[in-house]
Write a protein that binds this ligand. Structure first.
Ligand code: DAH
Length: 345
C-alpha cells in the first residue's frame, strides 16, 4: 500500500506548483525513466499469473490518477501565466503608427476619373444591376431570340431563374436610363459584365465596360458621335487630341454601327497615342441608336441618339502598358502599387 500513499503525497505536492518547468521536474521524478512509479512497474516482471495482473491494474490506476493531476495542474499553470502576461502587457497607444497607406486600384482610379469628368459635363452617372433579365440584356437591345450571343457559351444564365443572367454588356443600362429619364438625356455607366470566357492574358470572365448614351428630340448625327468619342478617348488617355478611325460594323442596337480605332505609334516598344502615328488600335463599338431600341423604351417622339461601349480594361492596359489582364486582378502588391503610383503622379 505504500505506493498509494506516496502517490497521494505526490499529487498534493503537484497541486501547489504553478510553474510548468517545476511540474515537469516533479513529473520526471515519479513517471520518468527511473521514477518512483516506473520502478514499481519494473518489479512486475518477477511476478506471475494472477498477481501480475492485479498488481499491474493497481499500478495503472495510480499512474492514471497521477497523470490526470499533472495535466490539470499544467492547465492551471498555463492560464495563470497568460493572465499575468495580459496584466503586464499594456498597449502603448503613444507608439508611432505604421504610416503605410493603401491606394486606389488603377481600375477604380480610372473609373472615378471618368465619372467625375462626365458628371462635371452634365452627364448622368448611372449604375444598373449585374444580375439582369433577358429583356434588358437582349430583347430591348434589339438582339433577336436566336442570336448566337444569347447562347450559353457567352452568357452565364442564373440556374432556376428563368430569363435571368449575369449581364454580358452595360448596354442594358441604356434601356433603364431611357425608361426612367425624360429627354434630352446624356449618361455614362461603368460597371462589371460577365462572359463565359477562359481567363488568359487578354480575356477574363468578368471585366468592365464603359457605356455612353446621348439622346435628344433635336437632331443628333454621326458628326456629334465622332466629336464626343474624340473627346472621350483624348480624356481617357490624357492627351490633347486624338485621331479616330471608324469602320462599319454591326450591333443590333445601333444603325449604322461602327468599330472605333485610335491612331498610335510605338516608342521604345511602348504604345503612344499619337495623332500622327502610323498604326491603329481597336477600342470599342459605337453607333446611332436603332429606332427599335427607342420603341422598346416607350419613347414615341422622334428621338435621335448615339451610343458607345468600350472595355475599360483594354483602355487601362493600353494606357499603362500592361500586357496581361490578369495582373489587374491579381493581388501582387508590387504590381498594384507600381501602377497606382503612376496613376497618382
Ligand atoms: N455592347 C457592345 C458589346 O459589348 C458594345 C457596344 C457597341 C456598345 C456599340 C454600344 C454601342 O453602346 O453603340 O460588344
Amino acid at each position: 500500500m505504500e505506493i498509494e500513499a506516496t502517490a497521494l503525497a505526490f499529487i498534493n505536492a503537484i497541486k501547489k506548483l504553478n510553474n510548468i518547468s517545476e511540474i515537469d521536474l516533479e513529473k520526471s521524478k515519479f513517471l520518468g525513466k527511473s521514477g518512483i512509479l516506473t520502478k514499481e512497474f519494473k518489479k512486475l516482471s518477477v511476478l506471475d499469473g494472477e498477481n501480475k495482473i492485479s498488481e499491474g491494474k493497481r499500478l495503472n490506476a495510480i499512474k492514471n490518477q497521477v497523470e490526470d493531476a499533472i495535466n490539470n495542474q499544467i492547465k492551471i499553470a498555463k492560464q495563470l501565466a497568460l493572465n499575468k502576461k495580459l496584466k503586464e502587457e499594456n498597449v502603448d497607444i503613444t507608439l508611432p503608427v505604421n504610416k503605410e497607406f493603401g491606394s486606389l486600384h488603377i481600375l477604380s482610379y480610372e473609373i472615378r476619373r471618368i465619372k467625375e469628368e462626365y458628371k462635371a459635363h452634365g452627364f448622368l452617372i448611372l449604375d444598373g444591376p449585374e444580375v439582369e433579365t433577358e429583356f434588358f440584356n437582349f430583347d430591348a437591345l434589339n438582339i433577336p431570340k436566336y442570336h448566337p450571343a444569347r447562347q450559353s457559351q457567352d452568357t452565364f444564365y442564373i440556374k432556376d431563374f428563368q430569363d435571368t443572367l449575369l449581364r454580358t454588356q452595360t448596354s442594358c443600362v441604356q434601356i433603364r436610363a431611357m425608361q426612367k429619364n425624360a429627354l434630352p438625356l446624356s449618361m455614362i455607366s461603368i460597371g462589371k459584365v460577365y462572359r463565359n470566357d477562359q481567363l488568359d492574358a487578354t480575356h477574363s470572365p468578368m471585366f468592365h465596360q464603359i457605356e455612353g448614351l446621348v439622346v435628344d428630340n433635336k437632331p443628333i448625327n454621326i458628326g456629334n458621335l465622332k466629336d464626343a468619342l474624340s473627346k472621350f478617348v483624348a480624356f481617357v488617355f490624357d492627351v490633347d487630341s486624338v485621331s479616330l478611325r471608324f469602320r462599319p460594323s454591326f450591333f443590333p442596337f445601333t444603325e449604322p454601327s461602327m468599330e472605333v480605332d485610335c491612331c498610335y505609334s510605338r516608342e521604345n516598344g511602348n504604345i503612344k497615342i499619337n495623332k500622327d502615328g502610323n498604326s491603329w488600335l481597336e477600342l470599342g463599338g459605337a453607333g446611332m441608336v436603332h429606332p427599335n431600341v427607342f420603341k422598346y423604351c416607350g419613347i414615341d417622339t422622334e428621338p435621335y441618339g448615339f451610343a458607345f461601349g468600350f472595355g475599360l480594361e483594354r483602355l487601362v492596359m493600353l494606357k499603362y502598358g500592361i500586357n496581361d489582364i490578369r495582373s489587374l486582378y491579381d493581388t501582387d502588391m508590387r504590381i498594384l502599387k507600381h501602377y497606382s503610383s503612376i496613376a497618382s503622379n
